[in-house]
Design a protein. Structure first.
Length: 214
C-alpha cells in the first residue's frame, strides 16, 4: 500500500512538469520577394534606368540571328551603331545607324506599368517615311532585363495599307545588361527571327544626328 501511494505521488508531481512545457515555436515564413503585380511599374523603371549609364554613348553591333535570311539584306556588310541619344524622364530615343543610313530611331515611352516602342523612320530631308511610327506596347510588366512589344492595332492598319502583311504579326523585344550588351529583336510566329546585339563594354565614335532629329 505504501509503495502504491509513493507511485501515485510521483505521477502527480510529474504532471505540472509536462503541463508547463512551452509549445515549440512556429517557424517564421521568409519574406516573399515582390512580383510583377506587387512591384507595379518597377520592371519598366528598372529597364529604362539601365540605359542611364550609357546616355550619350554609341556602341557597335552585329547581327546574331537572321532567319530566314532576307533576299535583299539592308544590313549586310555595313557598320551597325546604336546611339543612346536622348534620356529624358518621359522618353528614351535610340537612333540605329546602318552605315550611312541614318533613317531609324527607336522611341521608348513609359506609360504606367507598361512601355511603348515606336520606330521613327525618316528620309534624309527629315520628312517621315510612309512606313513610320509603328510598334507596340508591352502586354505585361516584363522584367528589368527584357521587354516585349506585340504589334498594336494602329501599326497593323498601316502595314495592311502598305501591303506589308507579314509585319502584321510582329513582336519586337529589347534586352539590356548594363555595361555588357543590348539586343534588339524582331520575331514573327511564322519563324522569322532577327536579332542584332550591341557591345556596351566599349563605346565608339558618336554618329551624326538621325535624319529629322537635328
Amino acid at each position: 500500500m505504501k509503495s502504491r501511494t509513493h507511485l501515485l505521488l510521483a505521477l502527480a508531481a510529474s504532471l505540472p512538469l509536462f503541463a508547463c512545457d512551452p509549445p515549440a515555436p512556429k517557424p517564421v515564413p521568409a519574406p516573399v520577394p515582390p512580383t510583377e503585380t506587387d512591384s507595379g511599374d518597377l520592371p519598366v523603371a528598372e529597364f529604362l534606368a539601365a540605359f542611364s549609364g550609357h546616355c550619350g554613348q554609341a556602341y557597335a553591333g552585329r547581327i546574331i540571328v537572321d532567319q530566314p535570311p532576307a533576299e535583299e539584306d539592308p544590313f549586310a556588310g555595313k557598320p551597325l551603331v546604336m546611339h543612346v541619344r536622348e534620356c529624358g524622364s518621359s522618353v528614351l530615343k535610340i537612333p540605329f545607324h546602318v552605315g550611312d543610313d541614318h533613317s531609324r530611331t527607336w522611341v521608348l515611352t513609359p506609360s504606367g506599368a507598361r512601355l511603348e516602342l515606336k520606330h521613327d523612320h525618316r528620309h534624309a530631308d527629315g520628312s517621315e517615311d510612309a512606313v513610320t511610327q509603328y510598334g507596340g506596347t508591352t502586354a505585361s510588366a516584363g522584367t528589368a532585363m527584357r521587354q516585349e512589344f506585340p504589334v498594336d492595332a494602329e501599326s497593323i492598319e498601316m502595314f495592311a495599307r502598305e501591303g506589308l502583311t507579314a509585319s502584321m504579326s510582329n513582336v519586337w523585344a529589347m534586352e539590356i545588361e548594363p555595361g555588357v550588351r543590348f539586343m534588339y529583336e524582331l520575331a514573327r510566329p511564322g519563324g522569322r527571327l532577327f536579332q542584332v546585339e550591341f557591345d556596351l563594354r566599349t563605346p565608339v565614335a558618336t554618329p551624326p544626328a538621325p535624319w529629322g532629329h537635328d
